[in-house]
Design a protein around this ligand. Sequence first.
Ligand SMILES: NC(=O)c1ccc[n+]([C@@H]2O[C@H](COP(=O)([O-])OP(=O)(O)OC[C@H]3O[C@@H](n4cnc5c(N)ncnc54)[C@H](O)[C@@H]3O)[C@@H](O)[C@H]2O)c1
Length: 380
Amino acid sequence: MTESPLRVGIIGFGYIGKIHAHCYQSIPHCFSEPKVQAQVAAVLRSGLGRDAEILHSLGSPLETTSMEEFLAQDLDMVDICSPNGLHHDQIQAALEKRHPIYCEKPLGLNLDQARDSTQAANKAGVLTHTAFTMRYIPAVQQAKAILAAGALGEINNFRIHYFHNSYMDPARPMSWRLQKATSGGGSLTDLGIHMIDMVRYLLGDVDWVKCRTRTFITQRPIAAGSAEMAPVDVDDWALCMLGLKNGAEGVIEVTRMSGGMGDSCRIEIFGSQGSIEVDFSQTGSVRYYDQRRKQYQLGSQGFPTPAGERPMSEWLPQPKLTLGWFKDAHLGSIYDFLLNIRERKESSANFEAALKAQELLEAAYLSASRNTGQIYLPLP
Ligand SMILES: NC(=O)c1ccc[n+]([C@@H]2O[C@H](COP(=O)([O-])OP(=O)(O)OC[C@H]3O[C@@H](n4cnc5c(N)ncnc54)[C@H](O)[C@@H]3O)[C@@H](O)[C@H]2O)c1
């Protein structure tokens, strides 16, 4: 590798900001001959003085609370890892410097923000990528290859669940994720957006959605151990029924309140010629039922990489170099974007894809709030 590492500025250095930083840092450990490398050059965060050892291990990047100072650095891209309600304004700021932007999901608090950010990014002509990291799970890539080859025949129906148990404890205090003004929504926004993207990514555009949501714990302590309570105004659970343009119908169910089921996800797709199942307990292989052979098989069975996708071998660490499926998926997504920046290539998970997901999310919440029938896309 002759070119110097891309200089990355990370905004927000909480849970996922540190995961991203570790991914940039891990590239030379995970790929024997990386075509591109990256160095965390600056971190913009809400307070200084934490995570000294992690920052030291990253080569002591500039740490600041000032957007001006952050953007004054010599950066090759900006990576947004802040709470959802900040994404829009931070995207606008990064666009003033015309930096390529990698942004965590969802793109914004609502459809208006997502539209604004996508239009502004298109106008600035910058490369963008959304952290739809579930696309970068090997079993999902294999499923995509099988579906793109048409091996399932006509798609009849699908069934997806994605369950966390992270908010079971009523004593868990209020956070930005539990208030609509700072998150845009609850489990459907946080987890469901991955599955909403998954439906579009694997099966195509959505025609309509009908959704139900519930909030099981309606107030929480304002801080750990506090007796003072604040209302929760986002969903703990959501169930969406979707109709696709190709005629298939199916459901997505998500919750952050499923006791004992952390990161439980299953994607089942049924067609006239067979079916596929992706289960997060076995992220390495899709389970494919071929109706002609009348047998199950594991893996993609040699179906070619679909058009527009980068072959897995180019972004997935070899088995002996894995960071575990969750970090591998983030690494794959990040590395794909770094390669795209070097090659000046558009990502399939760009802001346009994030906007489509946000539109469906908004339609789902509209349906839930009206408690009526289907909401058809596109929204006005
Ligand atoms: N793709 C995934 O798998 C995945 C997983 C978790 C989170 N996320 C997304 O990542 C984003 C962050 O989530 P998280 O779990 O890391 O949250 P978090 O609360 O752990 O971290 C957010 C960080 O942003 C900082 N912050 C707040 N205001 C800021 C500001 N004005 N400027 C800079 N930093 C500021 C906070 O201090 C905090 O450290 C969210 O959009 C979330 O949806 C994605």
